[in-house]
Design a protein around this ligand. Sequence first.
Ligand SMILES: Nc1ncnc2c1ncn2[C@@H]1O[C@H](COP(=O)(O)OP(=O)(O)OP(=O)(O)O)[C@@H](O)[C@H]1O
Length: 402
Amino acid sequence: MPCFSFLFGRKFGSSAESSFGVDEEVAGIHNVKLYTYKELRNATEDFNPANKIGEGGFGSVYKGKLKDGKIAAIKVLSAESRQGVKEFLTEINVISEIEHQNLVKLYGCCAEGKHRILVYNYLENNSLAQTLLGGGHSHSNIQFSWRTRSKICIGVARGLAFLHEDLRPHIVHRDIKASNILLDKDLTPKISDFGLAKLIPPNMTHVSTRVAGTIGYLAPEYAIRGQLTRKADIYSFGVLLVEIVSGRCNTNTRLPVDEQYLLERTWDLYERRELVGLVDTSLDGDFDAEEACRFLKIGLLCTQDAPKLRPSMSTVVKLLTGEKDLDDSKITKPGLITDFMDLKVRGPPKAKSQKKTSYDKTNSETKSKSNVFTDSGKLDESTLLSSGNSTSAATSLTASYD
Ligand SMILES: Nc1ncnc2c1ncn2[C@@H]1O[C@H](COP(=O)(O)OP(=O)(O)OP(=O)(O)O)[C@@H](O)[C@H]1O
């Protein structure tokens, strides 16, 4: 069994460049396909901005054509996310072995000199964030019928169940969210961004570490105590599930105050037995109401406050497919991060002490690219919380909210 302990103490941007040559460093690392920088430069026409398809916390993503004719998404990691060659390749080695129809395939990487570049299978239909949740800014003309949504929810659940339960050691993704769900030409969902996946040795029940992830998807125990288990991913999945059914982002500060937080709204409607009202109106009523409400209830179950009340991902798959019945009596009020962090912005922001929170320059910069809490004028307090908002530098949300 390989030893992955280094992954927990990894600190992006801090590792000195190795003084060894790549060949020496990669001795013993067998499975990664290594691309030369030249090949990737050719593939992207010298990283031509016209070929840039996205920008994430880790760096820029380009579309490129590889020598063998394959189309790839080429992710150039920014300086902050640079690791030493050996650390990088060992991690990539693990990731590149993982194969599942609901996970984005990593073809290989480039670790020449200072370059750290990941080469992924290119997915034609972009991410759920840009398509389904893209609102008016979306250039997508994909019709997300109920059938398609249901297929996407089940696919993502299967991918996550695979990471959680079929792999040894298990993988906690840490950043399940709509922008990390990519769609292929048939709209099969693929979970992306394993740059943040952390490997949990089987004898470890949880890891207290820096918080990565996007606020709004963060399980309270992870956001507050940095307690990372598979249950934190299950919470994020629950939020995503409700987003897919409703076609809405988890937070939208442009909506009336009592509708801004999707999970809160879902609980509200559940209590009033009006869950069906949350289903995306763009479906024009063309959906299976029983199934849609079941999915929303599963979303509530996945986001229960106490991690142990959240079902495992394999159970979630069975609940979604109807293989297992959902017991409504198990659904209690979900864990709302807004409750814990006193984040409900109900008026002009009050000056609030930041003494318990540390956040650095990277955090404040990454806030602007967030797909939630965009209405910054109202979110003075979330500014300090947005340190957990980006996966990018996996920076510290080390504050204790007690
Ligand atoms: N394999 C891929 N196929 C097609 N497009 C991709 C692929 N990987 C990434 N992209 C595009 O690049 C964008 C940026 O991806 P990236 O994973 O770097 O960041 P993100 O998920 O948007 O944000 P964050 O880094 O905060 O998670 C994606 O939103 C998507 O549009």
